[in-house]
Write a protein that binds this ligand. Structure first.
Ligand code: AMP
Length: 197
């Protein structure tokens, strides 16, 4: 088993939902155990036009050799409608292998650690959220590179889980002495309809 870290990004279509679905898709692979998922971040496009990106990072345990993991990433990207009309084009889903254990790979079509990892807040910030002491092979502590990317816009997205929204609304109602909103959730925060997506 190898611990690997994948970066996920999207800025076409329902990007937030795509990232959530892609994490589920990864977790459904029998060769992968998802150990942790970062918060979702909204970030400015870098070296590219188009809308803001949504990004997150997942930490996983995998039995897949790194090339098989790359092939899986490409299959998942295709499944979510990824097209490559030109370099840095807007994308429905981008999956990058940021780290694969402590392996260092420098081949024409596969570079690990990912070559732009230390230059991109959208990769560094979620990585460090999951492991504040993370060491990047050949580079050292990940947090040492944060200063250099401090000018890149990145903001954590508040979770949109409707259960939590219902709970917050019910708690606010209770605090005000009002009757709880039955549609959003009862006084225990339980959903009356809908639910987490
Ligand atoms: P992108 O347009 O960002 O999806 O780039 C994909 C290309 O980058 C693929 O053809 C990969 O072979 C190559 N590549 C090189 N290193 C990596 C990596 N660490 N993770 C994912 N793709 C990589």
């Amino acid at each position: 088993m190898t611990v690997a870290w994948l970066g996920l990004g999207a800025n076409l279509g329902d990007a937030r939902q795509t990232l959530k679905d892609a994490v589920v898709c990864l977790a459904q692979q029998h060769t992968i155990t998802v150990l942790a998922k970062s918060s979702l971040y909204r970030t400015a496009p870098i070296d590219a036009g188009g809308d803001d990106y949504y990004n997150c990072v997942v930490k996983l345990d995998t039995t897949l050799p790194v090339r098989h993991l790359l092939a899986l990433c490409h299959r998942v990207e295709s499944h979510f409608g990824r097209e490559r009309p030109f370099r840095n084009a807007p994308r429905t889903l981008d999956l990058d292998i940021l780290l694969y254990g402590d392996h260092v790979i420098e081949e024409p079509d596969l570079i690990v650690p990912h070559p732009r990892l230390i230059e991109r807040a959208f990769a560094l910030v979620p990585l460090i959220e999951l492991d504040p002491d993370l060491i990047i092979p050949q580079h050292g502590r990940a947090d040492a590179f944060l200063t250099a990317v401090a000018d890149q816009r990145i903001e954590k997205v508040k979770p949109l889980c409707q259960c939590l929204a219902g709970l917050a609304a019910a708690e606010a109602d209770t605090a005000r002495g009002a009757a709880p909103d039955v549609a959003a959730g009862d006084s225990n925060g339980k959903m009356k309809r809908g639910g987490c997506r």
